[in-house]
Design a protein around this ligand. Structure first.
Ligand SMILES: NC(=O)c1ccc[n+]([C@@H]2O[C@H](COP(=O)([O-])OP(=O)(O)OC[C@H]3O[C@@H](n4cnc5c(N)ncnc54)[C@H](OP(=O)(O)O)[C@@H]3O)[C@@H](O)[C@H]2O)c1
Length: 327
């Protein structure tokens, strides 16, 4: 194990839970800097993603679902970005000083709501050119979830039509752009007028307001023989009605966590899935992003001290992602 100079300080500031609970349970604490194993890197975190699932993890429902025993103080934060402060002895792809982003779910050593985090090097990547550190911080969980859904679960092919439901949100806004890069015709169901404008700007071929417009009618006009596939990131009666526009033999994918769970019309395949990660998938994400202008949208940014407000903001209308500035 090679803990190097930049990590010589023994403690760090982190947002940690002493017990699961509401936003008020998030407390700034001084904690020991995590030690790295041979296959890990230590990241000096500059920004973290605030995930739509973070409140669920904060309330303790995540560890229940995953069947793991939580260790307190518990540091949230599935993804983030910063600078490599130390590398494990078996790590070949990174060196001290590299600018990286990474995602690791329910990391027992603590997440990204901290000045330092230790992650498996396989879960990290150099930050793609053109992305700011905040954009890189919010990218990996939702980017990899969008890509897993489009490529692996839906097997999206060039020329196919795709509905992205929840298109102005974290996964949705990335999915529009990735699907366009994969050659799909994208019908975006976004939230509000600003969401519709945003989805159009990102390249959607048609964008409608799922909170006001007749989505089914618009979708039928978009693809008269029915839409080939759908990636769904928000559930409810409106979602199920919109999904009637998917053609027979078509397919629907949604990440676990979307509630209420969407239901498929007859003769349409539906699959719930989890975002995957591997060095190859991260490289593919970077490649698609690097193929032209790509917007990772940080709708709101909060300072570490404002973390409770960041969690509250998740429940308020916003575009794209929310970032937490760590230092
Ligand atoms: N299993 C996994 O691997 C995995 C990974 C990542 C995420 N997830 C889950 O996937 C879900 C989506 O994640 P996310 O990061 O994309 O969340 P998000 O940023 O909250 O996106 C959901 C979007 O849906 C919009 N929406 C809600 N109702 C709508 C409607 N009727 N018409 C149009 N848009 C509507 C929301 O708009 P407003 O802003 O107006 O509410 C929001 O923009 C969450 O449940 C998350 O926990 C699972």
């Amino acid at each position: 194990m090679a803990q190097t100079s930049q990590a010589k300080a023994q403690t760090m500031r982190a947002v940690a839970l002493d017990k699961f609970g509401g936003p008020e349970a998030l407390k700034i604490q001084n904690l020991p800097i995590p030690q790295i194993e041979d296959n890990e890197i230590l990241i000096r975190v500059e920004a973290a993603g605030v995930g739509a699932w973070d409140p669920i993890e904060r309330e303790g429902r995540f560890v229940e679902i995953m069947g793991v025993k939580p260790k307190f103080p518990y540091v949230l934060g599935t993804d983030g970005a910063g600078t490599v402060a130390a590398v494990g002895e078996k790590v070949r792809d990174f060196k001290e000083g590299d600018r990286v982003y990474a995602a690791e779910l329910a990391n027992p050593k603590g997440g990204f709501y901290a000045q330092y985090t230790a992650v498996n090097a396989d879960n990290a990547s150099l930050i793609p050119q053109r992305l700011t550190v905040e954009q890189a911080a919010v990218l990996p969980s939702d980017g990899l979830t969008a890509l897993t859904g489009l490529q692996k679960v839906l097997g999206l092919k060039s020329g196919e039509s795709l509905m992205v439901y929840g298109a102005s949100g974290g996964i949705g806004h990335l999915a529009i752009q990735l699907a366009k890069r994969l050659g799909a015709n994208v019908f975006a169901v976004a939230s509000g007028d600003d969401g519709v404008q945003f989805a159009k700007k990102l390249g959607a071929d048609r964008a409608v307001d799922g909170r006001g417009e007749d989505v089914l009618e618009a979708a039928k006009k978009f693809a008269t023989n029915g839409i080939d596939a759908a990636l769904v990131t928000a559930g409810g009666e409106e979602t199920d009605e919109a999904l009637l526009a998917i053609r027979q033999g078509g397919r629907i994918a949604y990440p676990h966590g979307v509630m209420p769970e969407p239901t498929a019309p007859e003769h349409v395949a539906i699959e719930a899935y989890d975002g995957e990660t591997s060095p190859a998938l991260i490289a593919r994400l970077n490649e698609l992003i690097g193929a032209g202008p790509f917007e990772v949208h940080v709708g709101r940014t909060f300072q570490l001290e404002e973390v409770s407000n960041a969690h509250k903001a998740l429940g308020e209308h916003h575009l794209g992602k929310i970032a937490l500035r760590i230092q």
